[in-house]
Write a protein that binds this ligand. Structure first.
Ligand code: ZN
Length: 423
C-alpha cells in the first residue's frame, strides 16, 4: 500500500483555494448550474426526494436547452449520491451543471467536495454561477486569541475566534478608592490598598488562566493573549506573575483601551489589529528572512527560479522549498504520437485557457504531432519532488512585503539549500 503523506495545513488550504477559484470561473448559459450543500446530519434520501421533485418541476422551464441541461445535471447528481448512505463527517458540497466552454458549447461538469470544515446549512440552488460563499467562509482561518481588559475597578475576559469576539466573564474589584476614611493612618491605608490590588490582579489572573487554558486544542489553535487597559494597570498586571506561565509567554502585546467592560474587548481587538496581522505572517516572514540572508551572502545557500530550484530538488540539495501561494502554473508532460519522444514544460494557467487546446508542435525525432499526456499543478509537482528528499515546503502569502517580492521578483519559486551546488 502506498504511504499516505499527510499534507500540511498551508498546502491543504492552497489546494482548497485553487478548487474554489476554478469553480468561481464556471458559468452556465442560463440559470442551470446546481449547487447543493448537505450538512452531516441530513438524510441523503431527503435530498434525493427533493431532487426528483425538482426534476419534475423542470417541465415548467421554457427554454428547451436550459430544461435539458438542468435535468441532466439533476440525473448526474442523483447517480452520484447513490454511493452515499449518509453524508461524510463534514457534510458535502455538490456543484453540477452545463458550463460554458467557449463558443456556444457547454460541458456537463460535476464536482463533489468534502469540505475541510463542517457544512452547517442545507442549500439547493439553481443559478448561472455556483454558490461558493459557504466554502469561502471556511478559508477564513479560525485562530483563537485570549482577550483581557483590565483597570483597577473591573476586568473582562473573552475570546477572539476568527473575526468573532466572544465575551466570557467579568471580574469586579474590591480595591478601595484613593480617598482614605478618617482615622486610618496614611501608611496603613496605602498598604491595605496595595494588598487589595494584588488580590484583585490575582483573581483576574486566575480566572483568565482558567478560561484560556480550558480552550480545546489550546496548543493547536490558541495563538496568544492580548491585554488592554490604562497605563500603568495593564503593565502592573502583566509584570506581576498573575497569568499562568503558558499564557504569559503567549502575550502578544499590551494595548491602551478606554473601556474595561465587555465593550472594551472590541476596542482591544481594533487596537491590536496590526499586531495580529503580524502574528499570522510571522512564520512566513522568518523563512523569507532566512532566504534573503542567504541570498546576499557570496557563498549563500539560496536558489530561485523554477529551473535552478528544480535541479537542486532533483539532487536532494534543498532544505526548504519556498512557494508563493499565488503560483498558478501547470507542469505538462508532452509525448510524441508515434515514437517514444517526450518532454516536460511549464505553462501559466489562465481562466478559460485549456491546456489541451495548445499546439505543442511536432516531434524533433520523427515530426509526428506532439500531444499533452498529463497536466499537474506545479505546486503539487514540486512538492512531490521535495517529499522524496524530506525537504520541507512553505507556501507563502503575498500580504507582506517579502511575500510579494517572492512572487514578483523570484517567480514565486525559491529555496534554501542544504549545501552549495553548481545550479
Ligand atoms: Zn516522434
Amino acid at each position: 500500500m502506498a504511504e499516505e503523506v499527510e499534507m500540511d495545513s498551508a498546502r491543504k488550504r492552497y489546494e482548497f483555494k485553487k478548487t474554489l477559484e476554478k469553480l468561481a470561473e464556471k458559468e452556465g448559459s442560463g440559470t442551470e448550474l446546481i449547487t447543493i450543500y448537505i450538512p452531516p446530519d441530513k438524510q441523503i434520501y431527503d435530498v434525493t426526494a427533493q431532487l426528483r421533485d425538482e426534476f419534475g418541476q423542470c417541465a415548467n422551464i421554457k427554454s428547451k436547452q436550459t430544461r435539458t441541461n438542468v435535468q441532466s445535471a439533476i440525473s448526474s447528481i442523483l447517480s452520484r449520491l447513490k454511493y452515499y448512505n449518509k453524508p461524510p463527517e463534514n457534510g458535502i458540497a455538490i456543484f453540477c451543471g452545463s458550463v460554458k466552454v467557449g463558443g456556444d458549447k457547454t460541458d456537463l461538469d460535476c464536482v463533489i467536495i468534502e469540505p475541510p470544515d463542517v457544512v452547517n446549512l442545507y442549500m439547493y440552488r439553481c443559478s448561472s454561477k455556483f454558490e461558493l460563499e459557504p466554502l469561502k467562509q471556511m478559508l477564513v482561518e479560525k485562530e483563537v486569541y485570549g482577550l483581557l481588559v483590565i483597570d483597577r475597578r473591573e476586568s473582562y475576559i473573552g475570546f477572539l475566534r476568527g473575526n468573532r469576539i466572544e465575551p466570557v466573564s467579568g471580574v469586579t474589584s474590591t480595591v478601595p478608592g484613593k480617598q482614605r476614611k478618617g482615622g486610618q493612618s496614611a501608611m496603613r491605608f496605602q498598604r491595605l490598598r496595595l494588598i487589595a490590588i494584588n488580590e484583585y490582579y490575582k483573581k483576574v489572573g486566575d480566572r483568565a488562566s482558567e478560561i484560556f487554558l480550558a480552550e480545546p486544542e489550546f496548543f493547536e489553535r490558541f495563538k496568544g493573549v492580548l491585554i488592554g487597559g490604562p497605563t500603568p494597570t495593564k503593565e502592573e498586571f502583566y509584570d506581576g506573575d498573575f497569568l499562568h506561565h503558558e499564557l504569559k509567554k503567549r502575550v502578544i502585546g499590551l494595548f491602551d483601551v478606554a473601556y474595561t467592560n465587555e465593550s472594551g474587548l472590541a476596542e482591544l481587538v481594533d487596537n491590536a489589529s496590526d499586531a495580529l496581522r503580524g502574528v499570522e505572517v510571522m512564520k512566513e516572514k522568518v523563512i523569507m528572512d532566512r532566504f534573503f540572508k542567504e541570498l546576499v551572502k557570496d557563498d549563500g545557500l539560496s536558489s530561485y527560479g523554477e529551473e535552478s530550484v528544480r535541479k537542486n530538488l532533483e539532487i536532494g540539495a534543498v532544505d526548504t522549498l519556498i512557494l508563493s501561494g499565488n503560483l498558478r502554473k501547470s507542469r505538462l508532460r508532452l509525448k510524441c504520437q508515434s515514437c517514444d519522444y517526450q518532454r516536460e514544460e511549464t505553462v501559466q494557467v489562465e481562466p478559460g485557457k485549456k491546456m489541451s487546446d495548445i499546439e505543442f508542435g511536432i516531434c524533433p525525432k520523427c515530426t509526428a504531432p506532439v500531444y499533452m499526456d498529463e497536466e499537474v499543478d506545479i505546486v503539487d509537482e514540486l512538492t512531490d519532488l521535495a517529499d522524496s528528499s524530506s525537504t520541507s515546503v512553505m507556501i507563502i502569502s503575498d500580504d507582506f512585503e517579502e511575500g510579494a517580492m517572492l512572487f514578483n521578483a523570484f517567480g514565486g519559486i525559491a529555496a534554501i539549500l542544504r549545501y552549495r551546488t553548481g545550479y
